[in-house]
Ligand binder design. Structure first.
Ligand code: ADP
Ligand code: MG
Length: 759
């Protein structure tokens, strides 16, 4: 029993969740492993296969022997315990460096041996590829197959990969493939095979932090940008008088005076009428967003009559990026450019919705306990806390508090220099790319060599992170950079391991507190791996976002010393309070957003079922023939397979288009719904009412339109000639995550290069 059991139990996480019985099984497994060690590979694999059904100890033993023989790793007892908990469907908490990759692979193999297919979900391409290759010999030992899916793979290769028993793939590729598979018109075009189990690495990041990020599939279509008239009217609006920009520079809204002026100039009674909320208001808002929030030469360039987006976090032109539907066109209109063909959103899916399609979800992370509420509430998952193999030896300093950001930044630089002078490796976690660049610049000016990482190229960054524990290294990174990479003391080869241990191990510095303590712990966990010494220090100033937001502007009297440092229990408690507030806010936003998403998820479920029926049966033909028997009779001369496929294509086309329109409509409603809230309607209820009503109509409309097309379109031995009727599916599609676009405030709109905060 650990000292904090009461705490974990209170949170719903169980340190000893079946721990006693798990220990017994593990003890037995280690005995059995001793016996299996004398047998040949085939016998061990056979023992694993037959044990998968109901003899966990023998299963674990076979997995352990296979790991030893193929990977050269003898699983620790705690790792076997973790496997047991995951096979039972829990999220396990296991500290960084404790060997979760092996645990994940053993669990996935365990599931596969019992006949279940597994998607091993990673946070990026690099880890999917790395782990699949690293763990391949273990999985193959049992005659099972393993593969990885990565961004660059073409459809045919993906289709192959998905047939493996264990598939390593980044969450976004899994989601994108699912979205694309929802557009097929023949089963044989499907790329992804659905899996029985999703085993999620970095589970809190995927299941909680990224949960509400929409994955989007878009396709080409004619543009419907704000008209020249709207753009012209909006271009004459003045800030403060006609519109206001939020302090964070991410949102803009019309004032009453602004709305009146627009209404007058466009000659309409009210922008907020049902007639205009879904159309004119959206156009006005897009034009306003383009005018007030996006600045030429900062957010985008105009080259050769074309827009090029600037990725502020990289400071480079982002070639393949475009803004979401409408906004791109709005900016083009603002700049007087030819409005390019816009994209139309065909389908969207949040990560949470996608994960909920798996019959079984389990996972692993260094920080699950702090996410217990969300995992329970949104996925019905329990957390099992697994002990460390060796006790932790990291020193976690209490946060250092400063009155102002400037004093804090000065102290951060001084502390890094102090640690560096002693040769201790330092890993600094910053909040965004701009901050890491600025810090690096100041350190370099002082003659310190710095590696900067920003999670933009995981494969290139991994070897740099791997060296972050070497003598005298200073590595500055943003939150996600280098996740999953093992930081060994003394460099990757551990050549200077002992020298670094003498210097206190890896020091981790957080330049401010995160909005949730979980992310602080995630960063802290990079130090003190596998019983190594280490140090973690966080810096916070009373001007930091967390304090400002969480404290709601409340003033607290600090009594800073000459350096601006504050040492007071009252202030410390206040800051802890602020972080709890921001944390609660995040949970609340999640819960609220999910209320909006849940209904759409249910509706998608219905569409999915209908789609599957249309794809896998002759129902499309039957329905259409029933509605228009004359036309059906006309077509009897055509080969059965061809006419059934044509009917299927027609039905699916209209179903998919109706769904895309439905999503678009709901998006607009959501955009405008806070305006209705002013009219004393409860926004979520109102949203639901509209969504249900429209969905009923959607189903009917999709069929009616299909019947019409069935009647009018040319159908012959080559099938249905939909394109002749202007009913072609988009000629090209592309995918993106909404966190990639500026509306989500991923940093693309952050202004950079205006002074250095660390000076
Ligand atoms: P985590 O994902 O938990 O942070 P990793 O899976 O990246 O950890 O593993 C960290 C390191 O531990 C790797 O270098 C790996 O080879 C090593 N490791 C894992 N399991 C064992 C084991 N049973 N014996 C020895 N080394 C191990
Ligand atoms: Mg890992």
């Amino acid at each position: 029993m650990g000292a904090f059991d009461w705490f974990w139990n209170a949170l719903g996480a169980k340190h000893d969740r079946n721990l006693k019985s798990a220990r017994k099984v593990v003890d037995k497994a280690q005995r059995v492993a001793g016996e299996l060690a004398a047998r040949d590979d085939a016998a061990v694999a056979a023992a694993g296969r037959s044990a998968a059904a109901g003899d966990p100890a023998t299963l674990l033993a076979a997995l352990a022997v296979a790991s030893e023989r193929r990977l050269g790793l003898t699983p620790f007892a705690v790792q076997l315990q973790a496997v047991l908990r995951m096979l039972d469907g829990d999220v396990i908490q296991m500290a960084t460096g404790e060997g979760k990759t092996l645990v994940g692979a053993m669990s996935a193999t365990g599931f596969a041996l019992s006949g279940k297919s597994v998607h091993l979900v990673t946070v990026n391409d690099y880890l999917a590829g790395r782990d699949a290759e690293w763990m391949r010999p273990l999985v193959e030992f049992f005659g099972l197959t393993v593969a990885s899916v990565t961004e660059k793979m073409p459809a045919a290769a993906r289709r192959d990969a998905y047939t493996a028993d264990v598939v390593y793939a980044p969450i976004k590729e899994l989601g994108f493939d699912a979205l694309r598979d929802n557009q097929i018109t023949d089963r044989s075009q499907a790329v992804q095979s659905r899996a029985d189990v999703a085993l999620v690495d970095e589970a809190d990041s995927v299941l909680v932090d990224e949960a509400l990020v929409p994955l989007v599939l878009a396709g080409t279509r004619e543009s419907d940008a704000p008209t020249g008239q709207v753009t012209a009217v909006v271009s004459r609006l003045r800030e403060r008088e006609h519109y206001t920009v939020n302090p964070d520079g991410r949102a803009v809204s019309l004032t009453d005076a602004g709305a009146q002026r627009v209404e007058r100039e466009l000659g309409i009674a009210s922008l907020y009428d049902a007639d205009h909320v879904g159309s004119t208001l959206v156009k006005v808002n897009l034009a306003l967003h383009a005018k007030a929030l996006l600045t030429r030469d900062i957010d985008y360039l105009v080259t050769d009559g074309k827009l090029q987006l600037i990725d502020a976090s990289r400071g480079r032109v982002a070639d393949l990026q475009r803004w979401p539907d409408g906004l791109q066109a709005a900016v083009e209109a603002k700049e007087g450019l030819k409005v390019s063909e816009g994209g139309r959103i065909l389908d969207t899916l949040t990560i949470q919705e996608f994960m909920q399609r798996y019959p079984t979800v389990c996972g692993m992370t260094g920080t699950a306990v702090e996410a217990v509420d969300q995992l329970r509430q949104f996925y019905d998952l329990y957390v099992s806390v697994i002990d460390r193999n060796k006790p932790v030896q990291r020193v976690d300093e209490p946060a250092r508090i400063y009155a102002t950001a400037q004093e804090k930044n000065r102290a951060i630089v001084a502390e890094i220099e102090r640690l560096h002078a002693a040769g201790q490796p330092v890993l600094v976690g910053t909040h965004d790319v701009a901050e890491s660049e600025e810090l690096a610049e100041v350190l370099r000016a002082d003659g310190i060599e710095v590696n900067v990482l920003n999670a933009k190229n995981d494969a290139e960054e991994a070897p740099i992170v791997a060296e972050a524990g070497d003598i005298g290294r200073v590595t500055v990174s943003t939150q996600m950079a280098g996740r999953g990479t093992d930081i060994r003391l003394g460099g990757h080869t551990e050549a200077d391991h002992d020298a670094v241990v003498d210097r206190g191990g890896l020091a981790v510095i957080g330049t401010s507190l995160h909005r949730t303590a979980r992310l602080d712990n995630q960063l802290r966990g990079r130090a003190g791996r596998q019983g190594n010494p280490g140090l973690s220090e966080f810096f916070v100033s009373l001007e930091d976002d967390v304090v400002q937001q969480g404290g709601a502007g409340e003033k607290i009297t600090a009594h800073p010393d000459a350096e601006g440092r504050v040492e007071s229990k009252k202030v410390r408690d206040f800051i802890a309070h602020c972080q709890r507030v921001t944390e609660a806010e995040l949970l609340e936003i999640h819960a609220q957003t999910w209320k909006y998403n849940r209904l759409v998820a249910e509706q998608r479920g219905i569409i999915d079922k209908r789609r599957a029926r249309l794809l896998d049966t002759d129902q499309a033909w039957e329905e259409l023939a029933e509605r228009d028997p004359d036309r059906a009779a006309e077509l009897r001369g055509i080969d059965q397979e061809t006419r059934v496929a044509a009917a299927r294509e027609i039905m699916l086309y209209h179903l998919d288009m109706a769904w895309a329109e439905h999503l678009e409509m709901l998006d607009d409603v959501r955009e405008s719904i806070h305006l209705r809230a002013i009219a004393r309607e409860t926004p979520v209820d109102e949203y639901h009412r509209i969504a249900v009503r429209e969905f009923k109509e959607l189903a009917q409309r999709a069929v009616d339109e299909a019947v019409e097309t069935f009647r009018d379109v040319v159908i012959n031995a080559d099938g249905a000639h939909l394109a002749d009727q202007g009913l072609a599916r988009p000629s090209a599609t592309w995918t993106y995550m909404v966190s990639d676009n500026p509306l989500a405030g991923s940093g693309n709109t952050v202004l950079s290069g205006i002074g250095n905060i660390f000076r």
